[in-house]
Write a protein that binds this ligand. Structure first.
Ligand code: SF4
Ligand code: SF4
Length: 152
């Protein structure tokens, strides 16, 4: 289910960010801005890895996730909306099935308020020296171990 930008909702992130956030966040460089229309769009939907990063980040909630017309011909759509829960910031997911049924669920998505995350906080690794290692950034930290086992 690749992403689709509702052109009526997209405002090119004007007033929110110095550039389109979906373009900034897409790890596959799929999201681009149509400079004539000033609208974001997915330039290669078939390559979308469905990470939902752009969907969740879009301040206009303009990005939907929906199936290809050949196997979801009735237009199923999934879209998250940012919301507040009793446990903090969260996401309310709206799911519209191809037969018209609608379903939604909400759950907390963060342990910190938006905008307060410090990149690389508590990382103790040598970011340059570790480029030749087998570990991923922060892997030992997040696994709660002091050292990762490696293949000799
Ligand atoms: S993040 Fe949303 S509002 Fe911003 S350019 Fe992309 S689709 Fe448009
Ligand atoms: S869902 Fe992920 S891979 Fe797909 S367009 Fe959005 S950011 Fe890129």
């Amino acid at each position: 289910m690749p992403t689709y930008v509702d052109p009526n909702a997209c405002n090119a992130c004007q007033g929110v960010h110095e550039g389109p956030l979906c373009v900034y966040i897409c790890p596959n460089d799929l999201m681009v801005l149509d400079s004539d229309l000033d609208k974001g769009f997915n330039q290669e939907p078939e390559l979308c890895s469905e990470c939902y990063a752009c969907v969740k980040l879009c301040p206009q909630e303009a990005i939907h996730v929906r199936g290809y017309a050949d196997f979801v011909p009735m237009g199923a759509v999934v879209q998250p909306h940012r919301t507040q829960t009793t446990e903090g910031d969260g996401l309310r997911w709206e799911v519209r099935f191809r037969d018209g049924r609608e379903f939604e669920f909400t759950y907390p998505s963060r342990t910190r308020p938006a905008g307060t995350v410090v990149p690389y906080e508590n990382f103790t690794e040598d970011r340059v020296g570790d480029l030749g290692s087998q570990g991923l950034a922060g892997e030992a930290l997040w696994l709660g171990v002091t050292e990762l086992p490696t293949v000799k």
